[in-house]
Design a protein. Structure first.
Length: 325
C-alpha cells in the first residue's frame, strides 16, 4: 500500500515509517521540519517538505504518489505552549487536519490513522481509563485533538472517510538509529537520562504527596516500537470501518520508579529535586488497552520500564545532543 505519513520526521512518526517499510509498504514522509529531523527519514522513503496548511502541495503529493492511506502525526503537542498560545494549536492541529482531509477527498484517499492522545480524557474519574470514559480535556492541546476526533466521525458519516484514532499516553524508548529528540524536552525519561549524560545536575519530581504507592505520580509508559506496530495493525480496520483505541501498558510506573530504572540502567546516581505538584496533574493516568487487544490482537512486547529506559539510554548515549550531534 502507498502511505503518506505526515510528521514522519518526528519521534513516533519516524518509527512508524520504519515499521511500514519493513512490512513492504511504499512510504512518503510529509513534514515541514519545524520540530522534526531530516536525519530521521530513511533513504528508502520519499520525502516532501511541506506544511499541513498548504492544501495544494498536499493534494499534489497525494495524487502524484497515488496515496491510498494516511498516517497523521503532524501536530504540536506541548501542553504549556497550548495554554499560552491556543491559536497556534487550533490553527495547526485543527485547521491543518481539515486541510489534510480535504486534500484526501480531492485525491481519493479514504483511509486515515490519527495520532490522538490521552489528553482528550482530562482528569479521569477512574483508572484504568477505557475508551468510553468521559472526554473532558483541560487544555487546548487536548481540545484540539478531541475536535479532530469529532471531525473524523462526521467525515465518516458524510463522505465515507474511514479513520482509526489511537489515544496514547507516554511514548518512550528508541528503535535502532531512531530516538527522542525534542526542543524543548518536556518528557520525563529523556530528562532523567540527561542527568546521567551530564547535561543536567538533577531531575525535578513534581509532587511527592500523591495518594500512590510512593507518593509520586503514576503514568502509563509504552515503547515506541509497540506504538508503531499498533498503527500498522490499525490499517486493516480502515478498510471496513472507523474505530477508537487506547494504547498503553495497563499498569503504570511512578516517577520514582522511572528514576530507579534509569539508575539501574545507567549506573549513575541521578540526583532528584523534590518540587511542589504542578496544577492539574492527576495522581494516576493509566490506560486500558483491552479493546485493541481483543479486536486486533495487539499487546506490548516491551512492557517493563527497565527495558524501555534501556532502549532510550542506548540511543541517547549514541546521540548525546540529539540528531546531527
Amino acid at each position: 500500500m502507498q502511505i503518506l505519513v505526515t510528521g514522519g520526521a518526528g519521534y513516533i512518526g519516524s518509527v512508524v515509517v520504519q515499521e511500514l517499510l519493513e512490512d513492504g509498504h511504499g512510504v512518503v514522509v510529509y513534514d515541514n521540519l519545524y520540530r522534526g529531523h531530516r536525519d530521521a527519514v530513511p533513504d528508502s522513503a520519499a520525502f516532501v517538505q511541506g506544511d499541513l496548511l498548504d492544501r495544494d502541495v498536499l493534494t499534489r503529493t497525494l495524487r502524484g504518489h497515488r496515496i491510498e492511506a494516511v498516517m497523521h502525526f503532524a501536530a504540536l503537542s506541548l501542553v504549556g505552549e497550548s495554554v499560552t498560545d491556543p491559536a497556534l494549536y487550533f490553527q495547526n492541529n485543527v485547521a491543518g487536519t481539515l486541510g489534510l482531509l480535504e486534500a484526501m477527498r480531492a485525491a481519493g484517499a479514504a483511509r486515515l490513522i490519527f495520532s490522538s492522545t490521552a489528553a482528550v480524557y482530562g482528569q479521569p474519574e477512574s483508572t484504568p481509563i477505557t475508551e468510553d470514559a468521559a472526554l473532558r480535556p483541560i487544555n487546548p492541546y487536548g481540545e484540539s485533538k478531541l475536535m479532530v476526533e469529532t471531525i473524523l466521525r462526521r467525515y465518516d458519516d458524510a463522505y465515507g472517510l474511514r479513520s482509526v484514532s489511537l489515544r496514547y499516553f507516554n511514548a518512550a524508548g528508541s528503535s535502532g538509529h531512531l530516538g527522542e529528540d525534542h526542543h524543548p524536552e518536556t518528557h520525563l525519561i529523556p530528562n532523567v537520562l540527561a542527568v546521567a549524560l551530564g547535561r543536567s545536575e538533577s531531575v525535578g519530581i513534581f509532587g511527592t504527596d500523591y495518594p500512590t504507592r510512593d507518593g509520586t505520580a503514576i503514568r502509563d509508559y509504552i515503547h515506541v516500537r509497540d506504538l508503531a506496530r499498533a498503527h500498522v495493525l490499525a490499517l486493516d480496520v480502515t478498510g471496513t470501518r472507523s474505530a477508537v483505541y487506547n494504547l498503553g501498558n495497563g499498569a503504570g510506573f511512578s516517577v520514582r520508579e522511572v528514576v530507579a530504572a534509569a539508575r539501574t540502567v545507567t549506573g549513575h546516581p541521578i540526583p532528584v529535586r523534590e518540587l511542589p505538584r504542578r496544577p492539574g496533574d492527576p495522581a494516576v493516568l493509566v490506560a486500558s488497552a483491552e479493546r485493541i487487544q481483543l479486536e486486533l490482537g495487539w499487546t506490548p512486547s516491551s512492557p517493563d520500564i527497565v527495558s524501555i529506559v534501556a532502549d532510550a539510554w542506548a540511543w541517547h548515549k549514541q546521540h548525546p545532543r540529539g540528531y546531527g550531534a
